[in-house]
Design a protein around this ligand. Structure first.
Ligand code: DX5
Ligand code: ZN
Length: 214
């Protein structure tokens, strides 16, 4: 079986105790820390920004997987890279400089990620796949944790898997939104599984072990 990585989304963690939460999921077997950045424009919610990522970096020995849900991310990429993002993912709908953003992330030495809203066809990402270390399939509408998994997005994971083989590429496939022990079976071709509520609202180790075992 392929190696699975689990990335707890700290959106569902206790924001008053992020250091303890990160250490706890790390101890429980997490592979990455997923950080959701929202600007109140690209999505109707506001979360955290560059200074918080910088602080998280100081207390996390796991790589930070930063998911930017912000308009025109080119304005902030430098800041998020300097703050210590190991993976930095942008939305294709959020900028007309997709190529430049991905190149900039790689040039800095970080891993470049590209993602899309559920309503965006996966084929729109195909011209950029050579520039990606990570491709994220959203299985909920970006903006909030705790939503239900959208099964109609599963086909995108399959298409990315086939395209990777066909073109001999190496990007990781990540899924984000509504991932639980019930829904993970639909996205078995993915490599990285983001989960917020499923992990933070249950026993951390039990839920991470369960996701990895399924
Ligand atoms: C939604 C975020 C997700 C969210 C997932 O915009 O990108 O990372 O935190 O939360 P759950 O796993 O609770 O659906
Ligand atoms: Zn996310």
């Amino acid at each position: 079986m392929a190696i699975k990585w689990v990335a707890p989304s700290i959106l569902a963690a206790d924001f008053a105790n992020l250091e303890q939460e990160i250490k706890a999921v790390q101890l429980a077997g997490a592979d990455l820390i997923h950080v959701d950045v929202m600007d109140g424009h690209f999505v109707p919610n506001l979360t955290i920004g560059i200074p918080v990522v910088e602080s998280l970096k100081k207390v996390s020995s796991l790589p930070l997987d930063v998911h930017l849900m912000i308009d025109r991310p080119e304005r902030y990429i430098d800041g998020f890279l300097k703050a210590g993002s190991d993976y930095l993912t942008i939305h294709i709908e959020s900028t007309d400089q997709v190529k430049q953003c991905l190149q900039k992330i790689r040039a800095y030495g970080a891993r470049a990620g590209l993602t899309l809203r559920p309503g965006t066809p996966i084929e729109q990402l195909f011209p950029y796949l050579e520039l990606c270390d990570l491709v994220l399939v959203m299985t909920v509408e970006p903006g909030f944790g705790g939503q239900s998994f959208m099964k109609d997005q599963v086909v995108k994971v399959e298409k990315l898997f086939e395209e990777r083989q066909k073109r001999g590429l190496k990007y990781k496939i990540e899924v984000d939104g509504g991932i639980t022990d019930q829904t993970i079976s639909f996205v078995q071709s993915a490599d990285i599984f983001v989960a917020g509520n499923y992990i933070f609202k249950n026993d951390y180790k039990t839920s991470i072990d369960k996701l990895k075992s399924l």
